[in-house]
Design a protein around this ligand. Structure first.
Ligand SMILES: Cc1ncc(COP(=O)(O)O)c(C=O)c1O
Length: 397
């Protein structure tokens, strides 16, 4: 574009990294438009439609047509419904005034980090981890500290690591369980121990609990609020509730941050989308809960299948995932360049997968993230294509 060179962008933009998978997705779509069949295992959102009762409630709000701003922190009834969810699910009392409804978990991060991080301050987080986390910290001129984690700690921070990586400039710890890209869950004892260390250091806990509800093998994930009542907890209607495009999430702040959070949310967002908030009121109804439980069971079946199928193909999975809809697999046996492997799998086998390099640095080049956000039938077809592709390649070991 002419004249573009004259625009001076703020230096922080240099530190914001793109999603590599977007390029892959664009290529997958280009191939599909040429008539190629692609099995999508790169997509980080549920393939199920938004639950009917939620769509109907949203539709009723649209039909009323009265869609002005809601109060800045959200509809009081929705804040109360979220507070009740904590009581019912975790046995934790959260006064509704501490719940802030945001545009997705992403909006909750914008709010939480604005509350917590000053320029130059360090925030500990896992490597691998959700790539946006680092970028959010950069946005506030903070320093994300990527702590390498592996299967031995279920890909989560240990209390020892928090101790070891904590320096004078460290302000807090960003945890996420079940994690993206790993799907692994932090043991309650590990979560409690990390909260204890951070509490002793008077730092903050920012806990991303967006995949709660998508948990398998009979477990229920613990919320950080069980162990750190002052934690900042993020969740969203995107994943478990199947509402990615409605852009609705929430942040729970401690009592001492309520007033500042209110001032910030008014300025940052005015309010989260109104029709989405009315829709979300139906997300906690018994009818929706029953439907979400059926979907959870379907994700569990898919995950179970894919876990064994990928191990049979020779991929390594060092810690068994118990949540979300991801498998983070070691592909070292098939070469040390995950981008290349992803490209080859797409072009030659018609299977789209996310390269590990999107999620950090630790052994990232020898890892891939598979998302089981497609039908069991598609997963089986995808695995068959991968099998045929790998058969044609020379093995490393
Ligand atoms: C770990 C994690 N946190 C947050 C988000 C953002 O979610 P939302 O759609 O609620 O903004 C995602 C989306 O993929 C995610 O994987």
């Amino acid at each position: 574009m002419e004249g573009g060179a004259l625009v001076r962008l703020a230096a922080r933009n240099e530190r914001i990294t793109p999603f590599m998978v977007m390029e892959l997705l664009a290529r997958a779509q280009a191939l599909e438009s040429q008539g190629r069949s692609i099995i999508h295992m790169e997509i980080g959102e549920p393939d199920f439609p938004t639950p009917g009762p939620v769509v109907e409630a949203g539709g009723r709000a649209l039909a009323r047509g009265k869609l002005g701003y809601t109060p800045a922190a959200g509809l009081p009834a929705l804040r109360q419904a979220i507070a009740d969810y904590y009581d019912r699910r975790y046995g934790v009392a959260v006064p509704w005034e501490r719940v802030f409804v945001t545009p997705g978990a992403s909006g909750a991060f914008v709010l939480a980090l604005a509350l917590l991080v000053e320029a130059g301050e360090r925030v500990l987080m896992t490597d691998p981890g959700y790539p946006c986390n680092r970028n959010f910290v950069h946005l506030y001129e903070g320093e994300p500290v990527l702590v390498p984690v592996g299967g031995d700690s279920n890909f989560h921070l240990t209390p020892e690591q928090v101790e070891a990586y904590w320096t004078e400039g460290t302000r807090g710890v960003w945890i996420a369980s079940p994690g993206n890209p790993t799907g692994t869950v932090m043991e309650p004892g590990q979560l409690e121990a990390v909260c204890e260390v951070v509490g002793r250091k008077e730092g903050f806990i920012l806990s991303d609990e967006i995949y709660h509800g998508l948990e398998y093998g009979g477990i229920t994930c613990a919320t950080a609020l069980q162990f750190a009542p002052e934690a900042f907890v993020v969740n969203s209607f995107s994943k478990y509730f199947g509402m990615t495009g409605w852009r609705l999430g929430w942040l729970i702040v401690p009592e001492g941050a309520v007033e500042a959070a209110m001032r910030l949310i008014q300025n940052l967002f005015i309010a989260a989308p109104t029709h989405s908030q009315y829709a979300a009121l139906a997300a906690f109804s018994p009818e929706t809960r029953e439907l979400l439980e059926q979907r959870r069971r379907e994700f569990e079946r898919r995950g179970e299948y894919l876990y064994h199928a990928l191990i049979d193909e020779g991929f390594g999975i060092s810690s068994r995932p118990e949540g979300a809809f991801y498998l983070y697999v070691d592909c070292a046996r098939f070469g040390a360049d995950c981008n290349r492997l992803c490209r080859d799998l797409l072009e030659r086998a018609g299977v789209a997968i996310t390269p590990g390099l999107d999620f950090g640095r630790r052994q990232a080049n020898t890892h891939l993230r598979f998302a089981y956000t497609t039908s069991l039938e598609n997963l089986k077809e995808g695995v068959m294509r991968i099998h045929r592709f790998l058969q044609r390649r020379p093995k490393k070991s």
